[in-house]
Ligand binder design. Sequence first.
Ligand code: GLN
Length: 231
Amino acid sequence: LNANAQAKTYTIATDTTFAPFEFQAKGGTYKGIDIDILKAIAKKEHINYKLKAISFGAAVQQLSANQVDGVIAGMNITPERKKTFDFSNAYYTSGVVMAVAKDSKIKNFSQLKGKTVALKTGTAGATYAKSIQSKYGFKIKYFNDSNNMYNDVKVGNSAACFEDYPVMSYGIKNGIALKIVSKQYEAGDYGFAVKKGKNAALLKKFNAGLKAIKADGTYKKIVDKYLHSSE
Ligand code: GLN
């Protein structure tokens, strides 16, 4: 047996619905920027892995409980999370926005008073909304995935939701009946995460592969395919 034949198969968790970073294509396979960059990096660095698509909150929890080896899910590198996880180099920059139903009259945080805001458990958007909740006096309802969160706003149960800008704008462009009514808050970088002090070899390979796919144009090709193609 050579080293490759014995190579470990890593379990990498991702979100269920977070287009264009990860989403289920027809037939059930996952695609998106995260999925494609992981695949390209794994190919360059000979990483064996299997994907595990679960809610973002569950992915983060399972990583901290050692039940998965890594998470790639448009996950922000934050000082708080760095206490529990080690992150790769940044691969994308994003901020949080507020979105409301297409025909809603709500334009700012003050108009949320007494209303319900839909949030996705464990996300940067939820953390931001919670930080302004007492100032603006809204109620919070949690969802495990982005689609159910959007839907609660669309049908009028919740007045607004908070989501990452590139994801919300991609969704709206692709038919989700919401609109963005705020600027971006809490701009931050996405990184691949492993549990702190664990899987250092995997993290090192991820960084080396990321550097390589940035240098050879693969990274740009992947991002362009999902965000700038004219189809
Ligand atoms: N970028 C956000 C975060 O890190 C949301 C990630 C997600 O919903 N997949 O919390």
